[in-house]
Design a protein around this ligand. Sequence first.
Ligand code: 6R9
Length: 655
Amino acid sequence: MSNESLANLLKEERRFAPPAGLAAKANVTAEAYEQAKADRLGFWAEQARRLSWATEPTETLDWSNPPFAKWFADGKLNVAYNCVDRHVENGLGDRVALHFEGEPGDTRTITYAELQREVSKAANALTELGIQAGDRVAIYLPMIPEAVVSMLACARIGAPHSLVFGGFSADALATRINDADARVVITADGGYRRGKPSALKPAVDEALTRPGTEKVRSVLVVRRTGQEGVAWTEGRDVWWHDLVDRQSDQHTPQAFDAEHPLFILYTSGTTGKPKGILHTSGGYLTQTSYTHHAVFDLKPETDVFWCTADVGWVTGHSYIVYGPLSNGATEVLYEGTPDTPHQGRWWEIVQKYGVTTLYTAPTAIRAAMKWGDDIPAKFDLSSLRILGSVGEPINPEAWVWYRKHIGADTTPVVDTWWQTETGGIMISPLPGVTETKPGSAQVPLPGIAATVVDDDAHEVPNGSGGYLVLTEPWPSMLRTIWGDDQRYIDTYWSRFEGRYFAGDGAKKDDDGDIWLLGRVDDVMLVSGHNISTTEVESALVSHPSIAEAAVVGANDPQTTQAICAFVILRGSADAAQTDEAALVEELRAHVAKQLGPIAKPKRILPVAELPKTRSGKIMRRLLRDVAENRTLGDVTTLTDSSVMDLIQAKLPSAP
Ligand code: 6R9
């Protein structure tokens, strides 16, 4: 970015106070901010006491060798014991932990007592396969209960897991197995996706032919789809039901150091090989447990929590597995896609299980907007009391739609900013405290220190933009990049001395609240102004005909970059709109009116789909390639690479 701060263009005036009933009974009140401000480490030491420690920590933070942090270093605990056994010991064995809903409609209800038996059996099975504390286990599974059981079994025996999203290819899997030096892979014959079984085991077989994966001794295979003709390597492959089912359901958890590695999770980023983000035990569990309790106001006796992420992403790790289960929550685990067999599937699930708290991503909210308001209107969504968003900036209009059409215009929406690297939520409203602003994550949570700085590392005044930085270490921070301490320092701690560089653009509004503006790499430079893609996208989405927009800066001889927008029309507009040229003109005028003439897109192209990563984030890099008439860069992380062919086909040959 140039020296000029990000333009602060978007003005969003709508405000929503917390519902009085929720505020009166909220788990966390405004006092928490005061308490954490007065004694930040004392605050986190208190949160650590949410957990059951075999040895209580006496030291909170060791920051003597920055940026390598140790939290609660002299404490010992077992993470799986905290997520499962202690609830059973507290008499909650009959509470439902997981309401599993398979895509074909099969269901399983798993109580905490059953989860304890399943996790114990799986821990015994991994031990029989020779896995010891410290050995890495790769997990490549669909969204089925065995994924949660496998993660907890690894945690129980101190074997760091490395989940690889089931939609990734054999190559991606091989790279990750190799980098983490995994000894066992847990997979399934397949999973259900869009109404049909989709095989997984062949990708494992192929990955294990690649150099660097020779140390994998065993492949543990869950039978999920019952597909015929699963290729089998004798001596290496073993069925879950053969090995795990015959194990004892008793297993004594051993306590590990708070800094014992819990998992490695790879983030791809735009360049270079994937980074293995390393998380450890005590600090990670403290922050995921606390933030789940605070941000979602969890009442474990009555709430039904549903995080729609895949367990293969950090959101699934922290808010399907470790946060909710450490809090004794009852959750929904859904295997499939939101539109199988119909576009109301999610809302049907909310109605069926009485979901109280839904945590999802802007991409899903915008898809629901596109499909039409009448679809959620057919279901009883009155059980919902809190709605969460994560993964991308949420456009104010999508935020308001979510609250209105899913939340009956009454539920708070919490827009939660965090990253694989931060491990847990960092910036978010608190549902019983914060007066919310559509599109803003607003305030660092109690105990978290974040701000926005300019190129010279100076904190920007209210009303200005720059880079988001975290100014103090936090319990669930990544500890390093697996096997590459130098890359950890270079990537996160070198841009600004002593501060964590998140790679996101952000601004502070007049109240000092934080608005996320997208990845710094995506910021556009137009006639000397840094303009955020997020703000232009939000202006487009505020037009009634637009469900979703992606904006990029394309090289331009006059203005350095020219704003180029790709838009998806809402269901109703799609059918009605006959005159595309007139709509495009209307949209350009609309953006100019909302944000000012500088932000008026030079080109706007209606398209059917946008390129997304498998976790639902828009890949602007590829759209930039299209807008600049270049050959497309790496498309391997796209959900569906045919999307790009469709977009290119829509383009006039010369810009
Ligand atoms: C949890 C997760 C991290 C990146 C992050 C930022 C974007 C996530 C956001 C958000 C604006 C939010 N992001 N939440 N941007 N508002 N509420 O998504 O982790 O996959 O590592 O992505 O996602 O750009 O830097 P991860």
